[in-house]
Design a protein around this ligand. Sequence first.
Ligand code: ADP
Ligand code: MG
Length: 244
Amino acid sequence: MVADPIISVRDLRKSYGTFEVLRGLSFDVARGERIAILGPSGSGKSTLIRCFNRIEPHDSGTLHIDGTVVDARCDLARLRAEVGIVFQNYNLFPHLSAVENCMLAPRLVRGMTRHAARDGAMRRLAQVGIAEQAAKYPIQLSGGQQQRVAIARALCMDPRVVLFDEPTAALDPEAVAGVAAIIDALARDGITTLCVTHEMGFARRIADRIVFMDDGQIMEIAPPETFFTSAVTERARAFLARMV
Ligand code: ADP
Ligand code: MG
């Protein structure tokens, strides 16, 4: 499907009890590619990306990320360093400053010295344009600033893949544009991004390809210009019609 994929998903399935939330998904993602995942609420988008760093284990099918098989035997600390995730509500530790939030995983997982972890954290905070806020606590930062800290925190582990789950849901348009610019910069560094979003303009702006999900399945994969102007499936067209 894709030459030299960094992510390869084959017949991925997952159930919660008797409810099958992922119903046999297969697709590949190229290295450095930017994917936007769209679909109705409840279609399984969050569950899918959570399988990628095993916050949720899948039940069957195979998942390869950068040559590693993601399964019950894989090294979770290593996987989660390689595959970072940024949540809608940021999930920052409220009792730690911005820079301390970014230092935590490098200290605990990598065993970095305070000094090295602080250096790395400051570099990443600068990369997302927020170094001057390093000493502030989450409550002292705007939503957009907290989201930048959350992205910097993921980047501190030098991930190859970064997952975003509705990163712009609570942001104003200027902050949304900031997140888009960060995703572009990551792609230029060869980092692969998968972003669940319900904002069509944002998806069009940041994605090389759109993955459209409905009812636990991938209904359509296409470049944004194709997806938004001439979606093939009835479900994608109905979804897009509801969005305008
Ligand atoms: P999306 O992100 O596309 O809105 P989700 O992946 O969050 O969808 O959820 C897909 C379906 O799985 C929904 O019907 C949701 O209620 C259900 N679901 C999600 N997480 C759990 C869970 N931990 N236990 C049971 N059902 C869940
Ligand atoms: Mg979701």
